[in-house]
Design a protein around this ligand. Structure first.
Ligand SMILES: C[S@@+](CC[C@H](N)C(=O)[O-])C[C@H]1O[C@@H](n2cnc3c(N)ncnc32)[C@H](O)[C@@H]1O
Length: 547
C-alpha cells in the first residue's frame, strides 16, 4: 500500500474503467502521464446523481449530496456529518477525482523527483476554484519533510527561477504536495489505476468501527462511500483508514500514526474498548485461520499469531460461522463480513450444510452490494459462487436433495414437537385456570364466612350491650323503688316536710308499698297536707287497686 494514501478497501479490476465517464485531460511530459479530471458528483445506480452529462462547470463545492455536510468537529478538524437519517446500503457519495496520478508514480516515495514533478504539474493544471478547494484540504505536518523538499527543489531547478523566487516556489509547492500525500487515494487493485484526490472523501475522518465503506468504482471512475449501517442524522460519517481493524488497539494506533492523530473511537477508548479488543483478537485469529486455509497472505501483525486450525470440515464451517457472528457483534459489517459469509458458505457446503451455505452466499452478495453498489462487479464477487449454489439447488443436486430431505424431517420433527408443546401448554393453562377458579371460590367462601363471623360478633356485642343496659335499668328501678319506699316510710313515721312529700313518685311508691302501708301513707298525707295533689293521685291509685 502506498505511503500516505487512504486504503482502497477492496481489490478492484483494473480493466473495467469506463473512460467515457471521466472528463480526462491527458498529456505526456518527460515520459510521465498525468491524468487530470474535473471533480464532479458521478452516479452509481443507487445514487441520486447522473454523471452521463459531463459538463464543463467547475463543480468544486464540497458536495452536491444533500445527505451530509462539512462541519467542524471538536477534535478532528472538519468532518462529514449526516444531515438526515441515511439507510444502510445508501450511496452516500460518488465522486470523480479532482486529479489523478498514474500508477507508475510512487506516491509513497517522498524523495522521488518524478512523482513530485508530476504532482506539481497536475496542480498547475487546476482552475483557480479547484485549487482553492484543494488547498483548503488538511495536510499532515510530517508530510512536509526534507526529502520531499529536495525532490521539489530538484524539479523546480530545471525551471526559470532566480535564487529567491525558487525558495518561494519550493515553499508554495511543498504544502500542496503535502496535501496530496495526506489525502490521495489509491485506485484499483494494488493501485493499478494510480492515485487520486477526491474532495468529499478527503474530509472523511477515521473510525475503527466505520459506518461507511469506501471503494473506487472502476466502472464509473468514482470513489464511492456506501452506508454499511443506518447512520442517524447528525452522526459523523466515518471511514476506516486501515485495512486490519481487528488488530489490537496499540497496533491500530501505530498504523494510524501517519495521519497524526490518536483514535479515540469506542473501540479504542472507553467502557466498551476492552470487550471490543477481546472480540477483535478472536476475529484476528479466525481471519488468520481462513487466510491460511485459503492460502492468502495476510499482512503480518507485530505479534505473530498462534491459532488452532480446524480439524474437520465441520469445524471449518463452525469457525466461519463464529467469525460471522463476531464481526456482526463488533459492528464490522463491511467487506470483512462479506468474506466471512463467503467462507461460511463454502465450508458449510463442504460440511453438507447446503441450505445454510446457500443462505450465507445470499447474505455475502447482499453485503458486497451494500459496500460497493451494484454497478461494478468485484472481480472475486460472491455472486458467481451464489449462482453456482443456486443452480446446484435448482438441478436437484444430490447433496441439496439429501439436505432438503433432512431439513424436511427436521421440520416435521420440529412441528410434532411444537404441537406437543402446544398441547401441553393448553393443558397446563386449563389446569391453571381450574385451580385459579377453585382458589377464587375458596377465597369467596372464606370472605363470606368472615362476614358472617363479623356479623355474629356484632349481634353478640349488641345483645351484650342491651343486656347490660337492661340490667342497669332494672337496678336503677329497684334502687328508685327502694328510695321511694324509704321516703314513704319516713313520711309515715316522722311526718315529712311538704316539699318532700310532693317529690314522691307515686307509681314507684305504690309498686313498692303494700296495701297497708299505702293506706297509712295516704292518711298521713291528708293529715299533713290536706287533700293535696299528691294525696289525690295516691287516692286514685288506691281506689284502682281497691285498697
Ligand atoms: C483526510 S483528513 C480528514 C479530514 C480532516 N479532518 C479535515 O479537517 O479536513 C485526515 C486528518 O483528519 C484528522 N482525523 C481523521 N480521523 C480522525 C480521528 N478519528 N480522530 C482525530 N483526528 C482525525 C487527522 O488530523 C488526519 O490527519
Amino acid at each position: 500500500m502506498p505511503e500516505f494514501t487512504f486504503r482502497s478497501a477492496q481489490q478492484f479490476s483494473a480493466t473495467t474503467m469506463d473512460h467515457r465517464k471521466m472528463k480526462r485531460l491527458s498529456m505526456d511530459m518527460d515520459g510521465i502521464r498525468i491524468d487530470s479530471v474535473h471533480s464532479s458528483e458521478a452516479s452509481d445506480t443507487t445514487s441520486d446523481h447522473d454523471n452521463d452529462n459531463d459538463n464543463d462547470n467547475d463543480n468544486d463545492s464540497l458536495s452536491t449530496s444533500n445527505l451530509f455536510e462539512l462541519r467542524l468537529t471538536s477534535t478532528k478538524g472538519f468532518g462529514l456529518v449526516a444531515t438526515k437519517d441515511i439507510p444502510r446500503g445508501t450511496c452516500v457519495t460518488s465522486e470523480l477525482p479532482l486529479f489523478t496520478l498514474p500508477p507508475t508514480l510512487l506516491t509513497w516515495d517522498e524523495a522521488c523527483p518524478q512523482t513530485r514533478k508530476a504532482e506539481v504539474i497536475a496542480l498547475q493544471r487546476l482552475t483557480a476554484s479547484q485549487l482553492d478547494a484543494y488547498t483548503a484540504l488538511h495536510y499532515n505536518a510530517r508530510s512536509v519533510n526534507l526529502p520531499m523538499r529536495e525532490a521539489i527543489r530538484t524539479h523546480l531547478l530545471s525551471k526559470q527561477y532566480t535564487e529567491s523566487t525558487l525558495e518561494t516556489a519550493v515553499k508554495d509547492n511543498i504544502i500542496k504536495v503535502a496535501i496530496f500525500n495526506t489525502n490521495c487515494v489509491s485506485m484499483g487493485e494494488n493501485s493499478s489505476l494510480g492515485s487520486g484526490i477526491f474532495l468529499n472523501f478527503s474530509r472523511a475522518n477515521h473510525s475503527c468501527t466505520p459506518n461507511v465503506e469506501n471503494c473506487f468504482n472502476t466502472v464509473t471512475g468514482c470513489e464511492t462511500l456506501y452506508a454499511i449501517r443506518e447512520i442517524e442524522e447528525n452522526a459523523e460519517i466515518t471511514v476506516s483508514y486501515i485495512d486490519q481493524l481487528y488488530l489490537p488497539i496499540e497496533e491500530r494506533q501505530h498504523a494510524l500514526r501517519r495521519w497524526e492523530f490518536k483514535c479515540d473511537c469506542a473501540a479504542c477508548e472507553g467502557s466498551e474498548a476492552e470487550e471490543s479488543a477481546h472480540r477483535r483478537r478472536k476475529i484476528e485469529g479466525l481471519t488468520e485461520v481462513f487466510a491460511r486455509l485459503e492460502k492468502k497472505s495476510r499482512p503480518a501483525s507485530s505479534s505473530p499469531l498462534r491459532v488452532r486450525m480446524p480439524k474437520s470440515v465441520g469445524e471449518k464451517s463452525e469457525f466461519a460461522e463464529d467469525l460471522v457472528t463476531l464481526l456482526k457483534e463488533e459492528g464490522l459489517v463491511g467487506m470483512p463480513l462479506a468474506y466471512a459469509l463467503r467462507w461460511a458458505s463454502k465450508y458449510g457446503l463442504e460440511a453438507g450444510k447446503c441450505l445454510a451455505a446457500l443462505e450465507f452466499a445470499r447474505q455475502a452478495v447482499e453485503v458486497e452490494q451494500t459496500c460497493v453498489g451494484n454497478v461494478m462487479k468485484l472481480p472475486d464477487s460472491a455472486e458467481a459462487w451464489l449462482n453456482k449454489l443456486e443452480s446446484m439447488a435448482a438441478s436437484d443436486d444430490k447433496r441439496f436433495k439429501a439436505e432438503r430431505e433432512r431439513a424436511r424431517k427436521e421440520q416435521e420433527k420440529e412441528r410434532i414437537k411444537n404441537e406437543k408443546e402446544e398441547a401441553k401448554r393448553e393443558k397446563d393453562e386449563a389446569k391453571r385456570l381450574e385451580k385459579e377458579a377453585w382458589q377464587k371460590k375458596k377465597a369467596e367462601e372464606v370472605s363470606q364466612m368472615a362476614l358472617w363471623v363479623a356479623e355474629a360478633a356484632r349481634l353478640k356485642r349488641e345483645r351484650e350491650i342491651s343486656e347490660s343496659e337492661a340490667k342497669v335499668d332494672a337496678k336503677k328501678k329497684k334502687e328508685a323503688a327502694k328510695t321511694a319506699l324509704k321516703k314513704a316510710r319516713r313520711v309515715v313515721r316522722t311526718g315529712a316536710e311538704k316539699t318532700e312529700i310532693a317529690d314522691l313518685d307515686i307509681e314507684r311508691l305504690l309498686a313498692a308499698l303494700g296495701a297497708e302501708e299505702t293506706v297509712a301513707l295516704a292518711e298521713k298525707l291528708s293529715e299533713l297536707q290536706g287533700e293535696s295533689e299528691v294525696w289525690k293521685m295516691l287516692h286514685e291509685e288506691m281506689e284502682k287497686k281497691r285498697y
